[in-house]
Every structure is written in C-alpha cells, then in structure tokens.
Design a protein around this ligand. Structure first.
Ligand code: GDP
Length: 697
C-alpha cells in the first residue's frame, strides 16, 4: 500500500505545476515548534542527513516544502530544487548551503516570507512523505528584527496548519507542555486533536517517569498520540562530530544519534518498553507519519478529485470560449511565426532588386549633385547685412558662356572629380545596407515577433551580422569598379538625353522644395506681407541702399534679430528658386541638347555621371551584398530562432507575448489536470480494492 502515498506525492507535484489553484492542495505534514525545540533535529533524524540551515540568526525564513521520495532500487541519495533548475545534489552539505542562502535572501528587515522553497530528497532510506518545515515560533523579538515578527511567524504557520494538513507539533520535554507554543497553535485549529501528532523531543533531559507522564498527557489528548524522541548524539561524543561544522554529510553523526536514542529508551524498559503504553523513537515516529499521511491522503481523495474535475471544467471552458479550442504549443507558435516571417522576407526580396537599388542610389547621388551645383555654381551668399559688392551674375551668363572658357572647364572638371571621389563605395553600400535593415525592421513590426524582444533582437542581429560581414569587401569592390570614372568619363548621346530628362525632374523637385520652405517661412512670421517687408529690408541692406549700423542682437530697422534671420533665409530661398528656374530653362535650351556643350549644362552632365556611377555600383552591390544577404538571411534566422534553441528558450520566447502566454498556460493547465485526473481515478480504484480487501480479511 506504500505505493499510494508515493503516487499521491507525484500527483501533488504535478498539481504544484498547475499553480494558482489554492483549492488543489493534497495533504502534507506541517512541522511547527518553538525555536530550539529540536524541530530541525527531528526532521534530520527522519531524513537521516544533516541538511537544514543552522545558526542563531533566524535561518529558517521561508517555508521549506520537503518531498521525500523512497527509491528502493537505487543506492543514490540526492536532493533537487525543482524551482532552481539545479542538477541533482548528492552532497547534503551543499543542500544545506543552498537552503541557507535561499533563506537568508529574505532581508533582515522582513525576516520571514511565505514564498516556499521546494526541495525533493530521493533516497532508499527515506519514506515517501511530504513535509513542510516552517520558521520556529519565537518568544522574544531580537534587537534587529521587526517588532511584528512574532505575529508574522504565527500568521505564516496558521496558513499552513489548516485542514487537510496533518500537524506535527514539536515540544521539548524540559518545557511544560502547557507552555508549548506549537501545541497551543494546533489546539486553536484542531481543538479535538484529530490531525495533530505531538512530538516530544529531548526526552533525555527529564527523568524517565516524568517522560512517560508527558507522553500520556491528558490536557490536550491527541487521536494520533504523542511520540517521544531523543535526537542528539551523546554529549561526550557529540563534540567529535559537532553539528553544523561542515565536512561530510553528517550521516555518521546520524547513525550515532539513532544509536544513542535506542540505547536511551532501552535503558528504561519499564517506562518506555512495550508494556509502557507510550510511543517512543524516531523509527516509530516515521512509521506513524507514513500511516497518518496515507490515511489522510486517502480520505481526501474524493474531495480532491472533485476539486480537480471542477478546475478542469473551468480550464476547458476557458479554452473553448477564449481560444476556440485552437491547439498551440510554444514550438508550433515559433515555427509558424518564423515561417510567416521568412515568407514576408521573400516578398521583400522580390520587391527590392537591382532596379530599386539603382533608384535608391541615384536619389542619393542626385542630392550630392545638387550640393555640388549649389556649392560651385549657384550659391549667392547672404551672410550679413553689411553692404557687399554685388557679385557678377555668373549663372545668368552660363548658357551664353564661352564654351572654351577655362573657368567653366575647371568648374565642371572639379565638380566631376568631387563626385567620382566622394567615396561611392562606402556611400552606396551604406545606402543599400541601411535600406535592407530598415526593411527588416518593418517586417518585424508587421510580424508576430513584434511582441518578442528576444526574437526581435535575434533577427536584427542576424541581419546586421551578415551586412557587417559583407560591408567592407562590398564597398571596396564597388569603389574599385568605379575607379576608371575617376580618370575619364565618356558619355553616349543616349546617356546625355536621359540625364537631360532626369535633371529637369530633379531641378523641379528642388524648386518645389524651395517654394515649400518659403511658404513655411511666411507662415512662421505671420504672413506674406510681413515676410516681404523683412526681405525688402534685407535686400536694401545688401545693396547698400540703407546704412545699417552694426546689426545688434536686438535686431535692426525695426525688425527683431529672429525676424531678420528669417528674412535672410527667405531671401536666400527666393534667390535659389530664381536660379533654379533659370537653370531649368537653360537645360531645355537647344544648346543643351548635345553633349558637346556640356560646359553650358553642368546639371545634365553631372546627372549622367551620377547615373553611370550608380548603375555600375549596383551591378556589384547586387552580387556582393544583396544576393549574399538574400541567401544567408533565412539560414541565419534558422540558426538563431530555429532548431538550435532549447525547449526552455522556445518556451520563454513564446511566453514573451502575454496573449500567447495565457493561451499556452490554459492548454498546459488543462493537460496537467487531465493527467492528474486520470491518475486520481486509477488511484481511487486501487484504494477501493485495498479497502475491500482489508474489509474481507
Ligand atoms: P530547532 O531550533 O527547533 O530546529 O532546534 P534544533 O534541532 O536546532 O535543536 C536545538 C538544540 O537542542 C540543539 O542544541 C540541539 O542539539 C538540542 N537538541 C535537539 N534534540 C535534542 C535531544 O533530543 N536531546 C537533547 N539533549 N538535546 C537536543
């Protein structure tokens, strides 16, 4: 019949995983007692090892939910902390150390916490039991302990000593039982003494007749009785194996303790022998605990089964109503999300190829060309309000300029050199890589992964690792292949024509941008009139029509400094727009139809050069960067999010999304409850058979 408790303990462990259901507790044995009553010694005697935290500084601060699992077929003895995910610990000193650390993690200011530590001990020498060790009751609060500590401990114990738990109330023989805090507490919740076992420790400290009298206590009679124990090594030898001194796991000491107890009780056969009608000894206590727990569990079988069925019904209902019975596992969720992501990436790859890359790069170079044009051809600095010598209106002359003028030759050659040498390799690679990275970010934002920081990071890193890997070689390659253009550029008429069309478009866009900016300025100063007043003033000052005595910080001509600044910007924009307008006309001029007149039309020539640079760069970008990326990225994703993740990582990933987490949890709860219910049913049958067998005997 011993299987029964074992199976119930298994079920109890599964139920613990179900979590959050306070209703689903199977009975345990709860150990209470005052500090120094000998509580730890009794527990250690039952386990056969020294493993509990020792020390004067309140070392039991959290409940220890101790599960003992009898393993008859194995010699190995070890402990496990299921919540910590540590491996089997076969060194009991190490278990003791871990327990001490876990307890002392509760700060002195709180002193106790109701967050339990779970510890399971496997051994052929322990019975199947589930015990809960609680902080010892204290009489006086220590100087650095919170005042309400007494109260807190007592409340924590009260939580655990509720039915259906069995109470193991520890009292020392040398303290009057009427003063035993443990018995007083248990009497409050179990007034008829139906589920309390009294343990009287330190029987060696009182004389034997008195000891017998204590065990036959009539003040608080217990149905399950009192058991007397001695759980300390004899004084003379104890020093050799000093408790808690580390070294070994104390099992030799345990042997000694057990021998000492045996010899103590057998030395008083009259008082403690078979005829004395008292229960004594740790072995007797163990047996009693096993029997009592088994009976209690058996008694609670029906109630627990009903509660589980109820809980299962709730979980099933939730699953149906909220999740439409849709199955889901962390792995399937990850696999589906990854597939969908790869699919959307494929679409991205189809949409972003050579033509798009060319367009992107050309747009970037258009900007550079505009900068060059402005710098070398268009700029009319409006730097301050002091009278300046009017510049020769060079641009206005450009279309009519002498094609052989060395000045215009130098301007265009210098502009071309600047364009070809601006670091096209790096620029082009950067533009494409940035666009890919932005594309990936966008895909993430539209995917399941958006709610998963872990996956988001993995994907971003997958992309950047490939791009970074390829960056330098790609940019070198591109730079190399455009090298010839740094020395000579030959254009065909076709390229010229295209440049002519395109540059007109670029100029128009620029013109529109200037006009927009002007509009915005108007708005910001409070209307067109106001702006033209300031512009007038700026113009006049520039021409020297009016004298401005050193513009001060407060402004000039009745305009504030800020307003004047706006005015200067507006004048600049207006002039820029005038020039662009003029240049637009110029590029349409028939002289600009042929590339022989390239010095007349730097806009067209530079545009054609930029196109040449961009299309050459794109050829290599395609091979070196884009194709490589498209090939490697999905593989890199598999590496980082696919089969290489451990089950735990997959689980953690899926649960990052609260919606998925709830979905997974309800399924898991349902599965666990189903499993438990099945086990309970078969146990009930076993229990039923056992009872009828006993009945017929
Ligand atoms: P806890 O604070 O209730 O866990 O008590 P411990 O188990 O640490 O024991 C407190 C003290 O009582 C220790 O010094 C033990 O050695 C001593 N002690 C425990 N059991 C016995 C016993 O049966 N006989 C004697 N004489 N001393 C004991």
């Amino acid at each position: 019949m011993m299987v029964f408790t074992k199976k119930m303990i298994e079920i109890r462990n599964i139920l613990q995983k179900v979590g959050q259901s306070s209703t689903l507790t199977l009975p345990s044995i709860v150990v209470i007692g005052s500090q120094s009553s000998g509580k730890s010694s009794v527990l250690e005697a039952i386990v056969g090892h020294e493993f509990l935290p020792k020390g004067s500084n309140m070392v039991t601060r959290r409940p220890i939910e101790l599960t003992l699992v009898n393993t008859p077929d194995s010699k190995a003895e070890y402990g496990e902390f299921p919540d910590l995910g540590l491996r089997k610990i076969s060194d009991f000193t190490s278990i003791q150390r871990t327990l001490t650390e876990l307890n002392l993690a509760v700060p002195d200011s709180e002193c106790v916490s109701d967050d339990p530590i779970h510890l399971t001990i496997y051994s052929p020498n322990v019975p199947d039991l589930s015990l809960i060790d609680l902080p010892g009751y204290i009489q006086v609060v220590g100087h650095n302990q919170p005042l309400e500590l007494k109260q807190k401990i007592s409340e924590l114990c009260d939580k655990y000593i509720q039915p259906p738990n069995v109470i193991l109330a520890i009292s020392a023989a040398d303290v009057d039982l009427a003063n035993s805090t443990a018995l007083r507490a248990s009497r409050r919740v179990d007034p008829r003494g139906e589920r309390t076992i009294g343990v009287v420790t330190k029987m060696d400290l009182v004389d034997a007749t008195r000891g017998t009298a204590i065990l036959q206590d009539k003040q608080y009679p217990l149905r399950l009785g009192y058991v007397g124990v001695v759980s300390r090594a004899p004084q003379s030898i104890g020093g050799l194996f000093k408790k808690g001194s580390g070294g070994g796991d104390g099992s030799a000491l345990m042997n000694l303790i057990s021998k000492n107890e045996d010899s103590f009780f057998s030395a008083h056969p009259l008082e403690f022998g078979p005829t004395a009608d008292v229960s004594v000894g740790t072995a007797t206590l163990r047996k009693k605990l096993m029997n009592v727990l088994e009976q209690t569990m058996s008694a609670s079988l029906q109630g627990t089964t009903d509660a589980i069925r109820q809980e299962l019904e709730e979980a099933t209902y939730e699953f149906k109503v909220q999740y439409n019975d849709r199955p889901l596992s962390a792995e399937s969720y990850l696999a589906e999300s990854l597939d969908a992501f790869k699919h959307s990436f494929k679409q991205f790859a189809e949409d972003f190829g050579r033509p798009q890359m060319l367009q992107l790069l050309k747009r970037e170079l258009d900007q550079r060309v505009l900068d060059l044009l402005a710098q070398r051809y268009w700029n009319k600095p409006v730097s301050d309000l002091s009278p300046s010598v009017p510049e020769p209106d060079a641009l206005a002359d450009l279309p009519k300029a002498d094609p052989d003028s060395l000045y215009w030759h130098r301007q265009l050659d210098a502009s071309t050199a600047q364009l070809t040498k601006l670091g096209i390799g790096r620029l082009a690679t950067n533009v494409v890589a940035t666009n890919i990275q932005a594309g990936v970010d966008k895909l993430i934002a539209q995917s399941n992964f958006v709610n998963h920081p872990f996956a988001r990071q993995a994907i971003v890193e997958a992309a950047s690792s490939i791009l970074n890997d390829r960056f330098y070689s790609t940019s070198d390659q591109v730079e190399n292949c455009i090298k010839p253009y740094k020395f000579e550029i030959e254009l065909e008429q076709r390229e010229w024509d295209a440049g002519r069309d395109h540059s007109a478009g670029v100029l128009k866009d620029e013109l529109a941008a200037c006009q927009d900016a002007l509009k915005r300025l108007e708005g910001s100063v409070g209307g067109r009139r106001k702006l033209s007043e300031v512009m007038n003033f700026v113009d006049k000052a520039r021409r020297g029509d009016i004298a401005v005595e050193g513009e001060s910080r407060s402004g000039a001509g009745g305009f504030s400094a800020a307003l004047l600044q706006r005015g200067r910007e507006a004048v600049f924009l207006r002039d820029r727009a005038d020039i662009i307008n003029m240049r637009l006309l110029a590029t349409k001029h028939k002289q600009c139809r042929t590339m022989n007149n390239k010095y007349y039309c730097p806009e067209i020539f530079l545009d054609a050069v930029a196109t040449k640079l961009a299309s050459t760069a794109v050829l290599f970008l395609n091979v070196e960067l884009l194709s490589e990326f498209y090939y490697n990225f999905p593989r890199e994703l598999d590496q980082r999010l696919g089969r290489h993740l451990t089950d735990d990582e997959v689980e953690r990933f899926a649960k990052e999304d609260p919606k998925i987490r709830r979905h997974l949890e309800v399924i898991r709860r349902k599965e666990l409850l189903e499993l438990v219910l099945e086990k309970m049913e078969s146990l009930r049958q076993l229990d039923g058979r056992e009872k009828s067998r006993r009945g017929s005997n």
